[in-house]
Structures are given as structure tokens and as C-alpha cells.
Design a binder for this molecule. Structure first.
Ligand SMILES: Nc1ncnc2c1ncn2[C@@H]1O[C@H](COP(=O)(O)OP(=O)(O)OP(=O)(O)O)[C@@H](O)[C@H]1O
Length: 297
């Protein structure tokens, strides 16, 4: 099956800042992908290119098999929700919904109205008078109710409290199960979305560090704890991703080779094995990337 998004060797520079550096990736149809990365990693730049808001300096971008720039056939299938969205000053919540209804062919008005209630958004309130969290919720309502074949959420929850964020995850999952589509969600809240996302794109300093199924990634690494000598013996020959050491004890995360996740072998060595959360994996991978860049300077 052809991917919905395909990028090949894409570079984007702003003056002397390389926002994206030789990025290649692909996103399969009907998946929820987490686009993860630190501040300034290049996530918004990547989404801007996918939605035809800018052209890359070099490389090839395809969305639904064609380049997205000024391409109505592609862009009509895409819903892009970002925090910096602006609306005319006189717009009320219901005006935003009306505009979205006209814009998105798959718009579901009933669903939109039920989401307004869920997020306690008064339809007649002016958008400029909404609290920060309510403003984010408007974007979420549009992103969900548009049911676009490709929906991109660029950190859609700024200002949303934990209850509203959970509501977003619940509504997204339930609606996605009934109306499968391709969703890309950029976020810093990795733990919160780790059960939601099926595919992980991790970007750092404009470079793609991981492009992998979440399932494979969860088995990607293992943390070994115990007396330092025993841990070192058990993890010898393994690629070390992270190490913490206190007194004679060590906690070492290594790339999983199968042998490293063998509990019987671990018991024999007097060490314990723990799974690595997606958040820990992302932090370790990103930190390693930063320190390897620094040591090569
Ligand atoms: N229009 C621009 N002009 C100059 N530099 C830019 C521009 N847009 C982005 N950048 C730079 O490109 C890099 C990537 O920025 P981008 O906004 O894509 O990161 P991000 O991962 O979305 O960050 P955050 O999580 O903080 O929103 C940063 O160094 C940023 O300063």
C-alpha cells in the first residue's frame, strides 16, 4: 500500500538555521503517528511543508502521492490544526464551525456539536474572548469533526487541562476506530500519548532519529538494574543507551538483542530487567544524539 506521506532527503533552511536536515520518512494510511521531538526540533517546519505552507530547499515530498504545495486536490484532504491559527476578530465559535463545515467535505456537524458540549464551548462566544484552553479546544473540535483523510495536530493542547486532554485522546480514539484515517500528532506529552500512537517519528535538531512502529520500539530497549559489576557483565557487548550509577548499583538501558531481555539469564547474573517507557526511550535517544554531536565537535 502506498504511504499517505512520503518524504525523501528533505532539507529546509531558514537563513543559517537548518530546520530540517536530509529527512526521509513515510506514514502509512490509517495510523496514528506521534511526531516527537524537543523544542526547535523541526516538528512545525515538517508539518508546514506537508501542508504546502512552504517549499523545501531540496528533497521530495508527497502527500497522497502528489506534492502538496498549492495543490488543491491534496490540500482538500488535509486538516491542519495548530496553536497559532488566527480567526477574524469578529468570529464567534459558531462562525468557526460554519467556515470549517464549508471547507471540509467529510465534516460531521452532529459530532462537532457534541464535541462543543464535551469541551464546554459556548457557540456564541467570540473567539478572541476564549481562554487559552478553550481556544485550543476549538482547534481540537475542528480537527476531529473535519474527519479529513489526513489530520495533522501540531501540539493541539496548549493550555488544555488534564481532563480536557484525556477527553481529546478518548474522542480521537473512539472516532478513529469508527472512521479510520491518518493522524499525525506532534507532542511533548509522550507518556500521555504512548498508548494512542501506533507509529513514532522522533526528530532532533532537524534530523530524523527514529521512524518506527511503537510496538517494535517498546521492545527496542531494556533497563538492567543491580550491582554494577553484575550489570556490566550482563550488558557486555550490548549497545548502551543510558547509565545511572549510585554507589555500587547501576541502572543501565541497552538496546534489546533478545539475549538482554532473557529473564532466566538475568536471574543467573543477579540483575533485574525493567521495560523502558516510550518517554524514557525518546529522552535517552535524544540525549545520546546531542552528546554524540557534541563529542564530534
Ligand atoms: N520562519 C522562520 N525563520 C527562521 N527560523 C525559523 C523559522 N521557523 C522555524 N525556524 C527555526 O527552525 C528550527 C525548527 O523550528 P520548528 O518550529 O520547526 O520546531 P518545533 O519542533 O516545532 O519546536 P517547538 O516544539 O518549540 O514548537 C528552530 O531552530 C526555529 O528557530
Amino acid at each position: 500500500m502506498n504511504p499517505v506521506i512520503s518524504m525523501s532527503e528533505v532539507t529546509k533552511r531558514y537563513g543559517d538555521v537548518t530546520a530540517l536536515d536530509d529527512v526521509s520518512l513515510s506514514v502509512r494510511e490509517n495510523t496514528i503517528t506521534g511526531l516527537l521531538g524537543r523544542n526547535g526540533a523541526g516538528k512545525s517546519t515538517l508539518m508546514g511543508l506537508l501542508t504546502g505552507q512552504a517549499l523545501p530547499g531540496s528533497g521530495r515530498i508527497e502527500v497522497f502521492g502528489s506534492h502538496p504545495y498549492e495543490n488543491e486536490a491534496v490540500l482538500s484532504q488535509v486538516s491542519f490544526i495548530k496553536e497559532s491559527q488566527r480567526y477574524p476578530d469578529n468570529f464567534r465559535v459558531r462562525h468557526v464551525l460554519r467556515a470549517a463545515r464549508a471547507l471540509y467535505p467529510n465534516w460531521d456537524q452532529e459530532f462537532a456539536e457534541s464535541l462543543l458540549e464535551d469541551f464546554q464551548l459556548p457557540p456564541s462566544r467570540r473567539v478572541v474572548k476564549l481562554s487559552r484552553g478553550m481556544f485550543s479546544a476549538v482547534g481540537i473540535v475542528i480537527g476531529l469533526a473535519s474527519r479529513a483523510p489526513l489530520t495533522l495536530f501540531d501540539e493541539p493542547y496548549l493550555g488544555l487541562d488534564a481532563v480536557a486532554r484525556q477527553l481529546f485522546y478518548d474522542r480521537l480514539l473512539a472516532d478513529y476506530a469508527e472512521n479510520p484515517r491518518t493522524v499525525v500528532l506532534s507532542t511533548h506529552l509522550i507518556d500521555e500519548v504512548s498508548d494512542l500512537i501506533e507509529h513514532v517519528l522522533l526528530i532532533d535538531g532537524g534530523r530524523m532519529l527514529l521512524d518506527q512502529d511503537a510496538e517494535t520500539l517498546r521492545e527496542h530497549a531494556v533497563t538492567v538494574t543491580g550491582p554494577t559489576a553484575a550489570v556490566d557483565e550482563f550488558t557486555a557487548e550490548h549497545e548502551e543507551l543510558h547509565r545511572e550509577q549510585v554507589g555500587g548499583f547501576a541502572r543501565v538501558t541497552v538496546r534489546n538483542t533478545g539475549a538482554s531481555a532473557d529473564r532466566t539469564r538475568a536471574r543467573g547474573h543477579g540483575v533485574e530487567l525493567e521495560p523502558v517507557s516510550l518517554q524514557q526511550l525518546v529522552v535517552h535517544t535524544t540525549t545520546r544524539n546531542t552528546s554524540s554531536k557534541e563529542s564530534s565537535r
